[in-house]
Design a protein around this ligand. Structure first.
Ligand SMILES: [Zn+2]
Length: 356
């Protein structure tokens, strides 16, 4: 049984408290050109994935997980990744409200992760949540751009534009994550423009509702070079609000927008959203097994679908359970599609070439 991260940890732990900053500057992501640094990371990722494949694992690239950067036990996560055969994680920081109140506008986790464990983590920009995204918008985006000059960021987000409280938050009565930001408003435009400017994808959390689909399509059409990962494929919290959404609808989007991707972080077949009492992971049949239309879609366009765990600050110590559930989902796919969705799709998206 794995030892969970210490709840009492007040600051992220790397290697038994070893000072990070001198190491960071000695290794010199700053000195190396961005391209050199990215190429070095890519080689390490490639070697790690190959080693896991040789050892008989199906390594996946978790394209979307986040953490509370002040309470994170990185050595524990790394040990779990080795034990479970997880390839790489795009682990982003969701800086806390307390950090915000103390003046933080951006957290430097991404650079620290690739300094200490460069073969495990894909440098990812901070998650975009209130108050950072909404009350310090300029500072937040400017800090993201500054970080991209120092650290070879490969992706951005997850930006929460329309976000219902998660099942856990709902049960705890927390409403601060009930977010509504117009995707076609100023913040939405900044996100799409930033993705185009930096040439890297962003992760979007955007609940599936009929009224939200048209503005999203408008943005995708307006920013054809922006690369977007729409997180949580077919996670519909209230089916009565999403009658226009279906596997056919998603196929239409895939055909129209070549830079649109979907991650496969959704609940298991029994998972119920407490706000609606509905089983919100719509890819599943009632008693398990993937619905034909969703299976067919993923088999037809496997390059557009990405493995993801969606760990978060309040569930990071459930990594083994999330791994088990994600592997259960992958097991319903044909073998070649498993490998495509597990790591090949992310590889192509992040590095623009085929994994070899
Ligand atoms: Zn999300």
């Amino acid at each position: 049984m794995p030892v969970p991260p210490s709840e009492s940890m007040s600051r992220r732990t790397f290697v038994s408290g070893a000072a990070f900053f001198p190491l960071f500057f000695r290794l010199g992501w700053v000195e190396a050109s961005g391209q050199d640094a990215a190429a070095r990371l890519k080689l390490g990722y490639q070697n790690r994935l190959k080693a896991l494949l040789s050892a008989g694992h199906l390594p996946y690239i978790d394209i979307e997980s986040s953490c509370n950067p002040t309470k994170i036990n990185i050595p524990w996560i790394v040990a779990q990744m080795d034990e479970l055969g997880i390839g790489l994680m795009a682990l982003s920081a969701d800086p806390t409200r307390s950090q915000f109140e103390h003046g933080t506008r951006y957290d430097s986790l991404a650079g620290e992760l690739i300094t200490t464990y460069p073969d495990y983590f894909i440098p990812t920009g901070n998650g975009g949540q209130p108050p950072y995204l909404t009350e310090a918008t300029n500072d937040f985006f400017n800090a993201t751009i500054e970080e991209a000059k120092r650290v070879p960021l490969f992706l951005l987000g997850e930006y929460e534009i329309r976000h219902y409280p998660s099942p856990r938050q709902f049960k705890r009565g927390e409403t601060d994550r009930d977010v509504t930001i117009p995707i076609d408003g100023p913040i939405g435009h900044r996100i799409f423009a930033l993705s185009q400017e930096l040439g890297i994808p962003f992760q979007l959390h955007y609940e599936i509702e009929n009224d939200l689909l048209v503005p999203l399509e408008k943005m995708l059409a307006g920013y054809p070079r922006a690369k977007m990962i729409w997180c949580h494929l077919a996670q519909v919290r209230y089916s009565e609000r999403a009658s226009d959404y279906s596997a056919d609808y998603v196929e239409g989007l895939i055909k129209r927008f070549p830079n649109l991707y979907f991650d496969t972080a959704f609940g298991d077949a029994q998972s119920v959203y407490p706000g609606s009492n509905q089983r919100h992971a719509r890819v599943w049949k009632m008693f398990g097994g993937l619905r034909e239309e969703w299976l067919e879609l993923m088999v037809s366009y496997p390059g557009r679908f990405l493995s993801a765990l969606d760990l978060g600050g309040d569930r990071i110590n459930q990594l083994p359970e999330y791994d088990r559930k994600h592997r259960d989902f992958l097991s319903y796919l044909p073998r070649d599609v498993q490998h495509q969705i597990a790591y090949r799709s992310a590889w192509k998206l992040l590095f623009q070439d085929d994994f070899s």
